[in-house]
Design a protein around this ligand. Structure first.
Ligand SMILES: Cc1ncc(COP(=O)(O)O)c(C=O)c1O
Length: 444
């Protein structure tokens, strides 16, 4: 008989002890949503229900769940070499993985610095950018530029450059950063794929910041190729190209945060390739190891790495790193993940499924409360009109009801985000859209 305890037998003391991240703890603990296992496209809840994963866990389980190849690689690695000191010593798998990643990376982003998460990747990238200008003899190039609604994790660099003010406002002074406006323009509502309007104009706003601060003081501009956490905000056509041109003209590094766009979400290995724009530094995490073991990687152009390779050879060229940088178990998980992506041709599968996904989401256009729908590859967002005086509540209710009906989605503000694993079947895409349609039909 199916277990019917949604609390999985947890005591109040146990529920209280865990301070959950980015979660309304009291709300959650009054009616917990607990997963106890996962296989393929589905989670199983504590009360024995099957829930279709419409969000790749949290933008990370791109190849679906319970992949035996990853489990085997991790188990084997734990037995062979559980840990190797990250500083001053190494292990072969870290170098092999770096080389393999360089092979699929855009252009000459051939040097890879490992960390453990997207947040660490963001702060690592920002530090490398600033340190680069110092080794290049331009120490005054210190300033960083981000974008409104950008998300680069939760560490101090990331929240400073990030443009989600809710993630910054309670933590005291952040770095002094300038922000580009976001690219969510009303005239682009219900665009399919990249929006038509405003690309060059929006990118041109970087000139306002350059005019204010002086390019001679700016180290880097950091953006997500498309903003994920803020609700799949896509770059209008020409936007990223124009940012690249301005950065080139003014000797400013361009950093792409590909923590969610990387590893196939757009249909290419990286959004940089999909959109044809080469960054100088690129941050990744999540899909790199299919979410199975924490891992992040910062890709750097060869020339940037080379600039650091000077001075006494025994001194670290970059005073930065983590105890778990290139952890052998994470490297093993990533190698097995890359094998799966390759063998199952999963990035091409994203491309094949994208038109069906697009049609299914845009089929919700006439549902109640829907004010915008956006999509690219296997990432999509349905934006709702906020309920008066209760911002965020409506989308939350939709996602909680979808969970009850057996579909995992995510809400951010009044936007519902959809980002399924690449192994999803077309009928499962329809199931997601149908569930949303039924809920929106009856929701206030
Ligand atoms: C673009 C982007 N950067 C950074 C991060 C932070 O990653 P993590 O939660 O692994 O620190 C995220 C997480 O969603 C992200 O979407």
């Amino acid at each position: 008989m199916a277990q019917i305890d949604i609390r999985a037998g947890l005591s109040n003391e146990e529920l209280d002890a865990h301070w959950m991240p980015f979660t309304g703890n009291r709300h959650f603990k009054s009616e917990p949503r607990l997963f106890v296992s996962a296989e393929g496209m589905h989670y199983t809840t504590a009360d024995g229900r099957s829930v279709l994963d419409g969000f790749s866990g949290l933008w990370c389980s791109n190849a679906g769940h319970g992949r035996k190849e990853i489990a085997d690689a991790v188990a084997q690695q734990l037995t062979a070499l559980d840990y190797s000191p990250a500083f001053q010593f190494g292990h072969p798998l870290a170098f092999k993985l770096a080389r393999r990643l360089a092979d699929i990376a855009p252009g000459d982003l051939n040097r890879v610095f490992f960390c453990n998460s997207g947040s660490e990747a963001a702060d690592t990238a920002l530090k490398i950018a600033r340190a680069y200008w110092r080794v290049a003899g331009r120490p005054e190039k210190n300033r960083l530029v981000g974008r409104a609604q950008g998300y680069h994790g939760v560490n101090f660099g990331g929240i400073s450059v990030g443009g989600m003010v809710g993630n910054r406002k309670t933590f005291g002074p952040a770095l002094d950063v300038d922000h580009l406006p976001h690219t969510l323009l009303p005239e682009n509502a219900f665009s399919r794929g990249l929006p038509e309007h405003g690309g060059t104009d929006m990118a041109e706003r970087l000139m306002d910041i350059i005019n204010l601060q002086g390019a001679e003081n700016i180290a880097a501009v950091m953006v997500e190729p498309f903003a994920g956490s803020a609700g799949v905000i896509l770059p209008p056509k020409g936007y990223l190209q124009r940012l690249r041109e301005i950065c080139d003209q003014h000797h400013i590094l361009l950093i792409f945060d590909e923590v969610i766009t990387g590893f196939g979400r757009t249909g290419s290995a990286f959004a940089a390739q999909e959109f044809g724009v080469q960054p100088d530094i690129m941050t990744t995490a999540k899909g790199i190891s299919n979410g199975a073991v924490p891992l992040g990687a910062v890709f750097v152009r060869e020339g940037i790495y080379d600039a650091f390779m000077q001075g006494p050879e025994h001194i670290p060229e970059l005073a930065h790193g983590y105890t778990y940088s290139a952890h052998p178990v994470a490297c093993a998980a990533a190698m097995a993940t890359l094998d799966i992506y390759e063998r199952e041709n999963l990035f091409a599968r994203v491309r094949e499924l994208a038109p069906h996904f697009e049609d299914a989401l845009h089929g919700l256009k006439d549902e109640r409360h829907v004010i915008d729908i956006r999509n690219y590859g296997l990432a999509g967002a349905v934006q709702l009109q906020p309920r008066d005086g209760e911002p965020g509540k409506r989308a939350m209710e939709v996602v909680l009801e979808a969970y009850r009906r057996g579909v995992l989605l995510r809400w951010t503000g009044d936007t519902i985000a959809v980002a399924p694993p690449f192994i999803i079947q077309p009928e499962q895409i329809d199931q997601i859209a149908q569930t949303l349609s039924e809920i929106l039909h009856s929701l206030d």
